[in-house]
Ligand binder design. Sequence first.
Ligand code: NAD
Length: 412
Amino acid sequence: MGDYKHIKVPAGEQIRIVNGLPETPAHPILGYIEGDGIGPDIWKAAQHIFDEAVEHCYGNTRKVAWMEIYAGEKGNAVTGSYLPDETLTAIEEYQIAIKGPLTTPVGGGFRSLNVTLRQKLDLFACVRPVRHFDGVPSPVLKPEDVDMVIFRENTEDVYSGMELASGGAKAEKLKHFCETEFGWKINDLSGLGLKPISPSCTRRLVRAAMKYAIKNHRKSVTIVHKGNIMKYTEGAFMKWAYELVKEEFGDVAISWDECKGKAGGKILVKDSIADIFLQQVLTRPREFDVVATMNLNGDYISDALAAQVGGIGIAPGANINYETGVSVFEATHGTAPKYAGLDKVNPCSLVLSGVLMFEHIGWVEVAEAITQAVTRTIGSKIVTYDFARLMKDAKEVKCSEFAQAVVEHLPA
Ligand code: NAD
């Protein structure tokens, strides 16, 4: 344990996971990956806020022992690998980590480090709460009506990496197999990919969404899918989701078909076709609460909803395996390379991901204090460039200055 080549384990205690939930000591070791591009700027800002908020809430009785773990460009510079094995081992051993964004090349090069991390650590639920913070500029009339939590399945679907390049021998072999075995006509030189959706992964994701809805007194869970077109993948997801709800949550939840929308105090479980869902979150967002969906839908939906409440600069995220307790909290935007090192961008996405992390480890006072401080800072119109250009009379500050303002707005 803790015998790493590059990672230095700080003095502190390890979080223990009991029945999937963290038991947090006074000096927990939490891992962090700074990230590429704007990662170092936003991490510095976020860590400042985290440490000050912990001290603010608990004086010197509690303190996080931060452990740097390496991935991405810094990983390559320090260890010679973009995703060193010891990074995965450290996250598995210390269970909880937070990360900035990592660069991914498009259409070639290495696979997405984010996707690889999620798959290797089996972080099956990507959890994205989407709500509006007072004063944040938004393109919709009533952003305050949006208060949803997306549970996106993180390990399957067209993201599983089972893809074959156009013209390659393997793609030709699969094409030939599909044509001869199934009579499927596939155009010449097609790139091919598989879309696996299994009952086991569907069930654990929907179980996590249901448990979240129960714990957080949410009113409904909506299963979002394109089952009308992809019957045996997305349609099956919907079917397995309803089955799971009936089997395991029948005492607290009821499906739309059973009650026609009158849930009588139970959690209403309904489903929505993805394209209609994307219209309705704009026209009647109050009808949606917890949302459970597959990987690709979840990706689009999370970012579209984030735009409704002010953009990806402020949307937090978490990747959690609710069975092992291993979790990675992360900024949901990318590395924004043109702003790297300028101390300019908005650190809120990473800061609010930290809020999710503190909630997860049971330090709810810290989570609440940071949430209030961010709300008050933005309410005072102290914001980074991305919000300043959309707000009237805003005071534009640097990333580090925003962090300092948040610290100064920690509640008394
Ligand atoms: P991006 O999110 O990095 O940037 C798009 C634009 O959004 C930026 O130019 C900037 O205008 C704005 N933006 C992003 N973050 C911001 C912030 N914190 N504050 C203010 N404005 C912000 O998306 P991209 O340009 O498509 O991707 C760049 C790289 O990031 C790619 O390599 C991509 O693969 C990677 N990426 C990583 C993650 C991740 O690590 N989870 C997520 C998405 C993209």
